[in-house]
Design a protein around this ligand. Structure first.
Ligand SMILES: [Zn+2]
Ligand SMILES: [Zn+2]
Length: 259
């Protein structure tokens, strides 16, 4: 984004690059900046970014934490229903209970769960293996294990996730995570998912949280919202509308009388 032009700055020089004519002023402290700053902040203010970002997201749930919280509900609700009705196998009930609680603790931000969460794919795969009687079932068990383990590995490698668990990160990783946090292209991803929602309604599970996250993102130094509020709200409504259309279409499809 181009820096705001300041008429008074035309004859002034950049505070950092003393030979360069100023092209605007820093949004935070008002000092003169030039084209080399390439943004809206002077160098000292921009340098405050990563630290301000760390403070802003320290201990704050990331997308992975919310996803795991949702998975925990997904494990616990059927387990409680089955157990309360006296149905289901003991192994499955135990698996559901342990996995649900593990996901809940992860959502809560209990540090040991950053590694401990891998018990969920191991247990889920293990229980599926126990019930396996043919070679094909064994393949399914490993498939399930992998499908759960790969996203968990991505979460473990994420700097933003470390910050949620209040773990120290390197300055380079922090800066990279900040750049990602302030990347507006994420709005296009959210928009793409929203456009696909009428055909694949469950995509709303990703697009809606994404819009909510975009709506709440602010430049950690200036406090300026990443997207204009109207844009983010319009995106959110569009995602909800798309999913609604998809669900109505699905409902009509399945409730249509057979010919
Ligand atoms: Zn400044
Ligand atoms: Zn400059």
């Amino acid at each position: 984004m181009a820096s705001r032009m300041n008429p008074a700055a035309v004859s002034s020089l950049c505070a950092t690059h003393v030979e360069a004519p100023a092209t605007g002023t820093c949004e935070r402290c008002g000092t003169f900046i030039c084209a080399a700053e390439g943004g809206r902040l002077c160098q000292p203010c921009a340098a405050r970014g990563p630290e301000a970002y760390r403070k802003r997201v320290w201990g704050r749930r990331d997308g992975w934490a919310w996803a795991l919280g949702l998975l925990g509900v997904w494990y616990l609700v059927p387990t409680v229903l089955y157990v309360s009705r006296g149905q289901g196998e003991v192994a499955n009930a135990l698996l559901g209970a342990v996995s649900g609680v593990a996901c809940g603790l992860y959502w809560w931000g209990w540090k040991p769960m950053r590694l401990g969460i891998f018990a969920v794919p191991v247990l889920t795969g293990g229980v599926t293996l126990l019930g396996a009687s043919q070679g094909r079932d064994v393949a399914v068990a490993f498939g399930v294990m992998l499908m759960l383990a790969v996203p968990l590995l991505l979460a473990r490698l994420s700097t933003r996730n470390r910050l949620f668990f209040r773990e120290e990160v390197s300055p380079a990783a922090l800066e990279k995570s900040l750049r990602r946090y302030l990347d507006k292209r994420l709005a296009y991803v959210a928009l793409g998912l929203s456009i696909l929602s009428p055909c694949i309604p469950p995509l709303m599970l990703v697009s809606v949280p994404l819009w909510v996250s975009l709506l709440r993102r602010k430049d950690p130094v200036t406090g300026e919202p990443l997207l204009r509020k109207g844009t983010a709200i319009a995106g959110l409504l569009f995602a909800l509308f798309g999913a609604w259309v998809g669900f109505v279409a699905l409902y009509n499809f399945f409730s249509a009388p057979a010919l």
